[in-house]
Design a protein around this ligand. Structure first.
Ligand code: PYC
Length: 307
């Protein structure tokens, strides 16, 4: 019988499960090296934590680990129902609020080492966090793909800590009544990208008009494991900011409010540091459970239901 202590939270509706104790020993090194060890030797543990019957397809896990960079308060490896994320914006906000809940972080600025670099996050009062993400950029503009069953779709490719294909003007309304259609549409785009040898682009983000009068846009983000992000997606909003900057549509410091399909809002802005776009994403998270997972060797579904 093995016990794993987790703290669950949600950031604008999107769940994060932080593994506090009972995780695998990844033998140190950089967080990127620890991710390689996790992926190679402990993938069943990933599945046990986030997949059914303990989790669900939307659940994002965060394994708290030792940072190699002495300036960092913590290291984090993010994972989901089918694999690993490079970075996770909503997950970092959830992690900061979780560490605050545990009394391990005081309000203020802290650095977190992720597999793709160090991010800086400020824990504010009232469960709010501002995250300064990794440098973000638009890689291609107006790339057209042939999405099976949907025809030609044109979008931008951008990095915001994960790779995104961003499409303006969703042909499907962005609301919860259309989740299946949005999923089919964005999955077809993903298949088209795969067929073009662009499988590194594993997040698809489509935009439409906001419902909230204070927001600039509403999005639907399909994650790599085919679940949709309930939050506006921190790395997806970073990719969006990079595209707006490249298109000359948003100035440094100007605020962009990104609404999600469930109505949560992230406030985004960026600064230019050494010529690079550094997105700042502000959002809030709430702890929903402080729990102990039980991994029982007699359980035939001990390692979760894996796809
Ligand atoms: O907030 O960056 C994010 C994210 C990625 C996948 C799910 N959420």
């Amino acid at each position: 019988m093995r016990e794993v202590r987790v703290i669950d939270s949600h950031t604008a509706g999107e769940p994060t499960r932080v593994v506090i104790a009972g995780g695998p020993d990844l033998c140190g090194g950089t967080v990127a090296q620890q991710l390689a060890a996790f992926r190679r030797d402990f993938d069943a543990f990933r599945s046990a934590v986030v997949n059914e019957p303990r989790g669900n397809d939307a659940m994002v896990g965060a394994l708290l680990c030792e940072p190699s960079d002495a300036s960092c308060t913590a290291g984090a490896i993010f994972f989901n129902n089918t694999g690993y994320l490079n970075m996770c914006g909503h997950g970092t906000i959830g992690l900061m609020v979780t560490l605050g809940y545990l009394g391990r972080l005081a309000p203020g600025v802290h650095r977190i080492e992720t597999p793709v670099g160090v991010v800086s996050a400020e824990l504010h009062e009232g469960n709010e966090v501002s995250l300064d993400n990794v440098p973000s950029y638009r890689e291609s503009h107006a790339l057209t793909v042939d999405a099976p069953g949907h025809g030609a779709v044109t979008g931008d490719v951008a990095w915001g800590g994960n790779w995104f294909f961003l499409v303006e003007g969703s042909p499907v309304p962005i609301d919860l009544a259309h989740v299946e259609e949005l999923t089919a549409y964005t999955w077809a785009i993903r298949q088209a990208l795969d067929a073009m040898g662009l499988s590194k682009i594993d997040h698809i983000e489509v935009f439409g008009p906001p419902r909230n009068p204070s927001a600039h846009s509403r999005n639907f983000v399909l994650c790599p494991g085919k679940a949709y992000d309930r939050s506006p997606c921190g790395t997806g909003t970073s990719a969006k900011l990079a595209c707006l900057q490249a298109a000359g549509k948003l100035r440094p410091g100007e605020v962009w409010r990104q609404e999600s399909i469930v109505g949560g809002v992230f406030e985004g802005s960026y600064s230019i540091v050494d010529g690079a776009v550094i997105p700042r994403i502000r959002g809030s998270a709430f702890v929903t459970a402080d729990a102990k997972l039980i991994l029982d060797e007699r359980d035939p579904f001990l390692w979760g239901i894996r796809r």
